[in-house]
Design a protein around this ligand. Structure first.
Ligand code: UGY
Ligand code: MN
Length: 243
């Protein structure tokens, strides 16, 4: 249906809301039988990029020299590096360090959330290695002792990693206990349910399929609405000095 020029999407200096009605597909270099919806990149003020890759059966991702994080949303795909071969199913995730040759091939129609970022090495800290896991095998812990708000850390907290990716699940009515203002930026993909997101001085209704970018120090708060839990995948830069 024609929306007569209306959308919930908005692009502000310190935050961006990207809703599916505004998604435009593009092909990134090296992709085969695949397209990308790029949600955020340095062009809009972020220090990382996040996109949703949509692959047909046999589709492939292009290469990158940056570190890459994958989270499988739908379908099935094989990830091969020089040392590993792993099948990804919904809820699977993989971390690939910078300068690590790999191929990702879809076995059926597949959708992946992908985050890429230049690695910030620390001289005394060992480099991270390839890591593949499944969300359901990670530990679920309450945030601030609230059993209705559960967080799963997909990556280890070690300083080898310069970013974190978590899932957060809110029972209906659960909310962040405070408005957060912090140096870390976020890329957020709403996976299930919905609610109200405060970003800066605005409050937005959000639902599964939406993407949000929060820049450094963007005031942020979320409360879950509706009759089912709200769940999102959230990236943040992490473990590095601000200067
Ligand atoms: O990890 C976080 O900063 C998280 N609590 N932020 C958020 O959900 N907007
Ligand atoms: Mn936050």
């Amino acid at each position: 249906m024609h929306k007569l020029g209306h959308t919930r999407s908005t692009n502000q200096r310190d935050h961006l809301l990207h809703t599916p009605d505004t998604f435009v597909r593009t092909v990134l270099p090296g992709m085969e039988l695949a397209t990308a919806v790029v949600h955020i990149s340095p062009a809009a003020g972020a220090a990382f990029t996040q996109y949703t890759a949509e692959l047909e059966p046999g589709g492939k991702l292009g290469p990158t020299s940056n570190q890459r994080f994958l989270y499988a949303l739908e379908g099935a795909a094989d990830l091969a590096t020089d040392t590993t071969f792993q099948s990804l199913i919904p809820g699977s995730f993989a971390y690939i360090p910078e300068d690590t040759a790999h191929t990702l091939t879809a076995r059926q129609a597949t959708r992946l959330a992908i985050i890429e970022k230049p690695y910030e090495a620390i001289a005394s800290v060992s480099l991270p290695e390839v890591l593949v896991g499944h969300e359901e095998k990670t530990l679920s812990v309450p945030l601030n002792d609230d059993p209705n708000l559960q967080v799963r850390s997909l990556l280890p907290g070690s300083p080898s990693f310069d970013f974190a990716v978590n899932t957060m699940t809110y029972q209906p009515g659960a909310a962040l206990s405070m408005v957060e203002v912090h140096i870390m930026e976020h890329g957020l993909l709403m996976l299930e349910g919905g609610g109200i997101y405060r970003l800066g001085d605005s409050w937005y209704p959000v639902t599964a399929g939406d993407f949000i970018w929060m820049g450094p120090f963007c005031p942020q708060w979320f409360g879950a609405l509706g009759k089912r839990p709200a769940k999102y995948l959230i990236y943040k830069d992490w473990n590095r000095h601000p200067l």
